[in-house]
Design a binder for this molecule. Structure first.
Ligand code: COI
Length: 357
């Protein structure tokens, strides 16, 4: 599919651009959005960029009832020379297809979908905010639209891309967050949908997140769904620890999201000669390490969260304070190095950024 097939209908009135210093996460949207339809007869077709606005869908559309939806998150950054860079967009589209496969949504052509992201961002390039910690968050997603109440894969879909100028994901900004280790609810089990970026995983997280946020925690840390012993992920980020000089992160075994920032961090650390061990990590091991003084750092990684230091964990009402509640050197170096690549301040030796024309 060629992008010359993307037609553009421009908005007649444009919204005012926000002051970058006031940006929050995910509350404002740009002037245009991308839509691509799917039907059994035509496959994916009719790619178009249209003014941002509400959709009209049949109330029986299957995604409303059975959650057949997938999504992605990636970011566009503006450099000092006013170039707009995307970070590893092909990885997001590839993961969108893997998520789709899990819940039986037809796959997209990776080149076409990547091109659609670039076209939309190019049209909206004035919306990419300038300023450290700000970016244009790109949300590609697919919803099932067939009007049918039987439980089976929809015959119709919409792939859409919307854009949102954002600041930090957590109100703490780049400062360490407090995370509660969840001991009642679980997010996912091996064989379930945990490794897919599908809406239901996030719906399943809401009760736990709301309960802990009332107690001042930024989010929950999920344990495995069977024994509630092993560390999985935070929900909006993967997690890393530095224990006794070794950097460890839970291995991907089916119930953890395979984060693109996670993968980038592993590659960077390996490049610096600090290989990451991907393995099962029990929460008890982390607590034991905290008690015997060998837990040096903890941080999360994610597109929205970037690198987010973790200053405190609370499990079964017992707190551990990590690195005196301060940002550790590994998290700091990763944040700076990743940001330098994303904002084009350094050579992109990993070939991760893609310029938007
Ligand atoms: C992201 O980091 O892009 C995510 O999708 C996490 C979240 C905002 C749900």
């Amino acid at each position: 599919m060629e992008t010359k097939n993307i037609r553009i209908e421009k908005a007649t009135t444009l919204k005012p651009k926000p002051d970058p210093s006031t940006l929050e996460f995910g509350t404002l949207f740009t002037d245009h959005m991308f839509i691509l339809d799917y039907s059994e007869e035509l496959g994916w077709h009719d790619g178009r960029i249209v003014p941002y606005g509400p959709l009209e869908l049949d109330p029986a559309a299957t995604s409303f009832h059975y959650g057949q939806t997938v999504f992605e998150g990636l970011k566009a950054y503006v450099t000092e020379n006013n170039e707009v860079l995307l970070f590893r967009p092909d990885q997001n589209v590839a993961r969108l297809n893997r998520s789709s496969e899990r819940i039986r949504i037809p796959k997209l052509d990776v080149d076409y979908a990547t091109q659609a992201i670039k076209e939309l961002v190019s049209l909206e390039r004035d919306w990419v905010p300038k300023g450290e910690g700000t970016s244009l968050y790109i949300r590609p997603f697919i919803i099932a639209t067939e009007a049918y109440l039987g439980v089976s894969p929809s015959k119709n879909y919409k792939f859409m891309i919307i854009l949102s100028p954002v600041g930090a994901y957590y109100k703490e900004g780049i400062n360490p967050v407090k995370i509660a280790v969840e001991d009642k609810y679980v997010r996912a089990v091996t064989g379930g949908t945990g490794e897919a970026k599908t809406g239901g995983n996030y719906a399943a997280s809401l009760a736990a997140s709301e309960i802990v946020s009332e107690r001042g925690f930024a989010q929950v840390l999920w344990l495995d769904g069977v024994e509630k012993k092993y560390i999985e992920e935070v929900g909006s980020m993967n997690i890393f620890f530095k224990i006794n000089g070794e950097i460890v992160t839970p291995n991907l075994h089916g119930s953890i999201l395979p984060g693109i920032t996670r993968d980038s961090v592993i590659q960077m650390l390996e490049h610096w000669g600090t290989p990451v061990t991907e393995r099962r990590i029990s929460i008890q091991e982390v607590y034991d390490a905290a008690k015997n003084g060998s837990l040096e750092e903890a941080f999360g990684t994610g597109t929205a969260a970037v690198i987010s230091p973790i200053g405190q964990l609370t499990w079964l009402d017992e707190d551990i304070i990590i690195n005196n509640g301060e940002t550790g050197p590994v998290a700091k170096k990763l944040y700076e190095s990743l940001s330098d690549i994303q904002y084009g301040r350094t050579d992109d030796t990993f070939d991760w950024t893609v310029k938007v024309d």
